[in-house]
Design a binder for this molecule. Structure first.
Ligand code: ZN
Length: 282
């Protein structure tokens, strides 16, 4: 089942149990556009089967929000123009050289090019994977690109992100909806989950310049304005409190500034910003 946001926007909610991110569908009068292609052939097929039940114009474009496997491995199922920013394209170029048979997967596992979950999904949800080869994107843009689906514009922009260096957002002005992919999340390096402090404020600015009222996130589905405002507030407060790799100092600074101890979300973010300092000192 797809969730309906409006007559023009649907989405398939994330399914955490099998690492499936949120997938989006935006339709205009002439064409439809897909946001992210799923973590596998099966995920993409499931999405396409649901779209078939709707009476929407043909899919002309597919936008990949960033080059993490769970957002693009279903790409080959779409008979459409695949669009990515130039940084995502560079990362996808590497994946186009990969093979997906067991012995190749084993090599990638050992060299840490692919994680366990990625390999498990490939093995179970990409049939004929011994012959599988990832397609190349068709349109590469640098900073922004605006598409017209027929009286329905979609604005694509590569923005600053705490999650990856290649984040594309898709904003639909008519609907005041923004697809954020994973851009507002943190990331993991050397087994440490961290939030890149230097990119937090530039990212918030990049997102807030759009007049969005609904926010679709890669692993959360949909957030309204109030939820996003709380999310930004918690992140900002946590970031402000952290100025070194000391968790103790950060907690003290948070208490001084806010006259209270952090809530669970704030504490989670504080630890992630502390980890950012730890990673930089490695
Ligand atoms: Zn990601």
């Amino acid at each position: 089942m797809l969730n309906k946001f409006s007559d023009y926007i649907y989405y398939m909610p994330n399914q955490d149990e099998n690492d499936r991110p949120t997938l989006g569908l935006v339709s205009g009068e002439q064409y439809s556009l897909i946001v992210d292609c799923g973590n596998s052939t099966q995920h993409a097929k499931d999405f396409l089967n649901e779209i078939k039940k709707l009476n929407v114009p043909p899919i002309k474009y597919v936008v990949i929000t960033h080059a993490h496997w769970d957002h693009f491995l279903g790409m080959n199922e779409f008979d459409a123009t695949i669009i990515v920013n130039s940084q995502t394209n560079k990362l996808l170029n590497v994946w186009q050289s990969y093979k997906f048979d067991d012995s190749s997967l084993q090599t990638y596992k050992q060299s840490k090019l692919m994680g366990d979950k990625c390999i498990e999904i490939i093995q179970t949800e990409i049939p004929n994977r011994n012959q599988f080869k990832l397609n190349a994107p068709h349109i590469i843009f640098e900073k922004t690109l605006t598409l017209d689906l027929g009286n329905k514009l979609c604005v694509l922009e590569k923005i600053n992100s705490t999650h990856s260096d290649d984040a594309t957002i898709i904003y639909v002005p008519d609907e005041k909806v923004i697809f954020l992919g994973d851009c507002v999340y943190g990331t993991t390096k050397n087994s440490l989950f961290h939030y890149k402090k230097s990119l937090l404020l530039p990212m918030i600015e990049d997102v807030q310049k759009y007049n969005a009222e609904a926010f679709l996130l890669g692993h959360e589905s949909i957030c309204d304005m109030e939820e996003m405002t709380t999310f930004w507030r918690d992140l900002r407060a946590a970031s402000k409190a952290v100025n070194s790799s000391s968790l103790e100092d950060a907690l003290e600074s948070f208490n001084l500034e806010n006259n209270r101890t952090p809530n669970d979300d704030e504490l989670f973010f504080i630890k992630a910003f502390v980890n950012d300092y730890i990673i930089q000192s490695l």
